[in-house]
Structures are given as C-alpha cells and as structure tokens.
Design a protein around this ligand. Sequence first.
Ligand code: URA
Length: 247
Amino acid sequence: MSARRDSILREMGLGPLWRLRAPSVTPAAVEELPVIAPLPDPVPPADVQPAPAGDVAGLGWEALTERIVACRACALCEQRRQAVPGVGDRQADWLFVGEGPGAEEDARGEPFVGKAGKLLDAMLAAIGLQRGEGVYIANTVKCRPPANRTPEADELAACFPFLARQIALIQPRLIVALGRPAAQSLLNTDVRIAAARGRCFDYAGIPVVVTYHPAYLLRNPADKAKAWEDLCFARRRMRQSIDGETR
Ligand code: URA
C-alpha cells in the first residue's frame, strides 16, 4: 500500500482497520456471485411511490439543470437557498448518489462539500478515484431537507425523475447508493443497508452497489471497514464491466 494511500486511510480514521485479513467479499467470492443478485426479501414499495417522470425525460443537461434549480414540486423548495443539481464528469463511469444537500451544500450549490463530503473524497481516493474525474456525484433530493432530516417519501418521489434523467444522460457503468434513501429510491423498494451490502442490484440495466452514507460513518466509525469492503466490491464490479467490454 502506498504512503499516500496509507495517509488517506489514516485521515479516514481507518489505519490498519482497512487492511482486511479475511474480507467477507473476496475476488473469488465475487466471481461466484450472480451478475445481478435479487433482493433477499423483496418488499413491496412501501414509502417510495413512483413519480411522473415524463416531464423531464427528453431534456439535455442545460434544460434539466434549469428545471432542477427552478423546481417547486415539493415543500423542500420553500426553505432551500438553492437547489443542488450535482457535480462531476457528465460521462462518468461512476455515479455516487447521496441523500440530500446539507447546510454547506445548500450554501454552495455543490453536493458533498461539508464534513461528509470530505470523508466521501477520502473514500473515493482510497479506491483511486477523484471527484470530477470519471465520477459524478448527485443526491436523491436536490434541495436541503430542513434541519437535515431524512427526505419524506413524497419528496423522494417528486425528485426522482431528475435523478433518473441524470442517470440516463450519464449512462454510468456503476452506481453507488450512499445510504438508505438513495438505495430505496433507486431500487424502488424497502432496503436495509446491512442486508443489501455485498450484492449487486440493478437500475435500468446499470449495476447498483449499496453502502453506508458518509455522514452515518462519521457517527459510526466502526462501520468504516464495512464501507471499505463495499467500495472494494464496487471496484471489482467496475473492473468486470470494463474487462467484459475489452474482451
Ligand atoms: N449528504 C448528502 O447526502 N449529500 C450531500 O450533498 C451532503 C451531505
């Protein structure tokens, strides 16, 4: 492991914890996994209702961004300073999807620029990625929920067409859902992160890997090692996707 990688992991508060002696997901185990594993126990969509998507379906980036910043489809628009559409490479292989903007993101108009964002950047760096280079970062809801509460089902549903259009435009090779609201919106079903980790789901033909939200990891640092496993799993899936195309 390089000195730079070591120092990144130390910064994440991981140190040697990140060196998995017996990773629960090994490369061999990954090869044995079905390409897309079904949810262990599918539950009918409880709290995320389908939203009308037709409206933004044909839009390009500029028109889509204009629609997002002007959106008043749910109550979140009332207290936002600005909507936060997303940031990064519009032809990215990797799409990371968070929950919703916090105070700093609301002020700056960019996702993941606060403490959780610093951890996300360190997580990206740990698997050789960098914000903006082959990576796009978006949120499930584009406006800050008051007091950083979890977005409500109707808010997730109202905003989902924007994320769906972003995905259609980017066509990433892989989506990483950071936390439960992102996973539930993308998979349109009730998801527990602990049960969904280490599996590969599907959104419109694109593999989706689920892991803990960086803000959760700041509050529960003991789970950072699991997030590291999830990122390694995602990286292996990405390699499989690239190898599959070059063969
Ligand atoms: N948490 C998120 O889910 N998104 C952000 O942009 C910031 C914090």
